[in-house]
Structure formats: structure tokens, C-alpha cells
Design a protein around this ligand. Structure first.
Ligand code: SAH
Length: 350
């Protein structure tokens, strides 16, 4: 019999399971705390449970193995990348960023991605599979354990499209912010989407207080379509309409992400069009000089050009920042560490 993935059970679900075992309710609290506050890797660790209960749990449930396969620390800004091997051998990346306001972890939501954005390394080999709630949660738990530091902020901006793994993503948000678990404030959580309109609309109805980030990357439909295949499915106007509704429903200001690629979307006309598009919207614009990806032909603009672009938008009243590049010395762009590691493994096998 396949064992059940206990870390994906939310508190209420776990309480029911424990009750069905004939155990007292406080046992559920203890087990949940082991799994979600202390990041236990095994039932043996749960020393305040009886041996027989631990044995029973391990017969029915599993805490799926998540092995640290590689860890890289940036010499520049102490950003760290973690590569985890999942129980089926798949690899995922997570990033820890240390800020003055606290530690932020960037989690992956899928193994690979099927969105096909032209400049992105994560999508080159397509989608392998969705991550379970436990696999998204445990990226954070493992990093807390490995570093012995507390994580206060989460960004769902690693490999994968969270709204393409909707149910698991939403369960993750509930569980990471639940008072029985790490209790990370939803206001400290940002999730980024390439613009899947039905998912954005559904998300605005969940009653969350998380920040929604939209990967915009172009100021008109035609250009966006060239960079992001998802734009063939959802027109820019529709996507922006869903952002406006998200703000209306949640009161949370939407963040727009715009990766600057030299000669592609960083011209004066782009800046003008982008200003027009965002003018009057209560939003924040994040400019990200594109991370060059070996397999792709995009280059970042020089820093003077990027600042000119920023200034033009600022003059037009847009709330804009250039995202400080973090960990650029450690396979900066999404999915690059995973790709390099997997390629190395293949070479070894050959
Ligand atoms: N699928 C989601 C979240 C993952 S990507 C999304 O599309 O938003 C997180 C952000 O990194 C997105 O804005 C994505 O467009 C951007 N990104 C991907 N590859 C990049 C690269 N090489 N350089 C700069 N930004 C990149």
C-alpha cells in the first residue's frame, strides 16, 4: 500500500486522522508541530509520542525524503541557493535571500514548467510534474533547519507556474500562514504568475492577503505574445483587468514584473507605452535586468540604460524600482543550478 503524504494534510485533516486512530486531540497538535514547526524528517524524532504511535504512523504515512543535493552561497550578498532531490529523484531549486527586514525564501511550485517563456531556463525541458503541498512547504522547513535561521517572507517565484498547480499552491498558502504551523503572515507572501486569467480570478476569491505579482515583460499584446506563449491564450487587456479586480477584492496592490532585455523591451517607446499602461493603477513596477541564460539569446541592458528606463517611468508617476540582483555569481537565473546539476549527472552516467 502506498503511504500517505502526511505533511500535505492541513491541521483539520490531520486532527481527523488522529481522531480516527483513537488518539486524544492534543496528539494532533504535537504531530503537526513536529512536522510544520520543527520540520521533522522522521517519526522517530517525535519523542513525546509513544513508540507504538510512532510505529503506527510510520506504517500508514510517510514524510517523503527531501535530500539536499547542492548548496551555493553568494560571495556578494549572502544569498544562498539550495538544490533538493525529491523522493522520486527529481530536483528542485529554492533560494534564501537575507534582507534587513528578514529572511525570504523563493520556492518552486512545479518540477519544470510548461509556460514556455522565451527568456526562462526553467521551461526549457517542459513540465515534469506538479509539486505537492508538502514539497512546497518543506523547501522552507529544510532551509530553516539547514541554516538555523527563521524565515519570515516567502515568494513563489521559483521554477513553475503556481496557478498551473492551483489546488496545491492554495493549500500551501493556507498551511504556511496557519497559526498551527510557521504562521508566516500572508502580507509577507508574494506569488508570481505569468497571467493565467481564470486562476487569477479564482485567487482573488480565496480571501487571502498575499501580494499578486504579474509577469508583464511587454507593454503591448503583440510583443508580449512573442515573449510569452501564455499571451496567446489571454489578451493583455484581460490580464490587466484581472489584476485590477484582484486589487479591488483584496485591497492588495499588485506588483508588475518586467524583465529588461537589451533591444527587446527596453527602448524609449517601450517606456512610454508601459507608462501609459500603468498610469492611474495603484501598483508597483519591478524592473529586473534579464538574467542571461546559456540556451537563450537575451542580454541585460547596461546599468545606465536600465536607470534611464526607470527614470522615464518615475517621471510619469509610476511607482518603480530596479530589483537589486541577488546572488548573480551563483547561477542567478531561475532553474540554472538545477539544469547544470542534472547535466553533470547525465555526463557522469554516460
Ligand atoms: N511562473 C511564474 C513564476 C516563476 S518565474 C511567473 O511567470 O511569474 C519568476 C519571475 O522571473 C517571472 O517574472 C519570470 O518572468 C522571471 N524570469 C524568468 N527567467 C528570467 C530571466 N532569465 N531573467 C529575468 N527574469 C526571469
Amino acid at each position: 500500500m502506498e503511504k500517505k503524504d502526511i505533511v500535505s494534510y492541513n491541521y483539520e485533516e490531520l486532527a481527523q486522522e488522529v481522531q480516527a486512530f483513537g488518539e486524544k486531540p492534543y496528539r494532533a497538535r504535537q504531530i503537526y508541530a513536529w512536522l510544520h514547526e520543527r520540520g521533522a524528517d522522521s517519526f522517530e524524532e517525535m519523542t513525546n509520542l509513544s513508540k507504538s504511535l510512532r510505529e503506527r504512523l510510520s506504517e500508514e504515512y510517510e514524510i517523503a525524503r527531501m535530500r539536499i543535493a547542492a548548496r551555493q552561497r553568494s560571495e556578494i550578498d549572502s544569498t544562498e541557493k539550495f538544490l533538493f532531490e525529491l523522493s522520486d529523484g527529481n530536483l528542485i531549486e529554492s533560494v534564501l535571500m537575507r534582507h534587513a527586514y528578514g529572511n525570504s525564501v523563493c520556492v518552486s511550485s512545479q518540477v519544470g514548467c510548461r509556460m514556455g517563456c522565451r527568456f526562462c531556463a526553467s521551461t526549457i525541458d517542459g513540465l515534469e510534474r506538479n509539486l505537492t503541498p508538502s514539497e512546497i512547504l518543506r523547501q522552507i522547513y529544510q532551509i530553516q533547519k539547514l541554516t538555523e535561521e527563521r524565515v519570515s517572507h516567502v515568494v513563489v517565484m521559483g521554477t513553475g507556474e503556481p496557478l498551473d498547480n492551483y489546488d496545491n499552491f492554495v493549500k500551501f498558502i493556507h498551511m504556511i500562514s496557519d497559526s498551527h504551523g510557521l504562521h508566516i503572515s500572508q502580507r509577507n507572501i508574494t506569488a508570481s504568475t505569468c497571467g493565467i486569467v481564470p486562476g487569477m480570478r479564482r485567487l482573488s476569491e480565496e480571501g487571502f492577503q498575499i501580494t499578486l505579482a504579474l509577469s508583464l515583460h511587454a507593454s503591448n499584446q503583440e510583443k508580449r505574445r512573442q515573449l510569452m506563449p501564455v499571451a496567446n491564450r489571454y489578451e493583455l487587456g484581460e490580464v490587466l483587468g484581472a489584476c485590477d479586480d484582484y486589487f479591488k477584492r483584496t485591497g492588495r496592490r499588485v506588483t508588475f514584473e518586467y524583465s529588461l532585455a537589451a533591444g527587446v523591451n527596453d527602448t524609449e517607446q517601450d517606456a512610454r507605452e508601459l507608462s501609459e499602461l500603468l498610469k492611474g493603477r495603484n501598483c508597483h513596477l519591478n524592473l529586473i535586468p534579464v538574467n542571461p541564460v546559456k540556451e537563450r539569446d537575451f542580454k541585460k541592458p547596461d546599468s545606465k540604460k536600465a536607470h534611464e528606463f526607470e527614470n522615464k517611468l518615475e517621471k510619469n508617476g509610476i511607482n518603480v524600482t530596479i530589483r537589486r540582483e541577488r546572488g548573480s555569481d551563483i547561477d542567478g537565473a531561475c532553474g540554472q543550478l538545477r539544469r547544470r546539476y542534472a547535466a553533470g549527472k547525465r555526463e557522469k552516467q554516460e
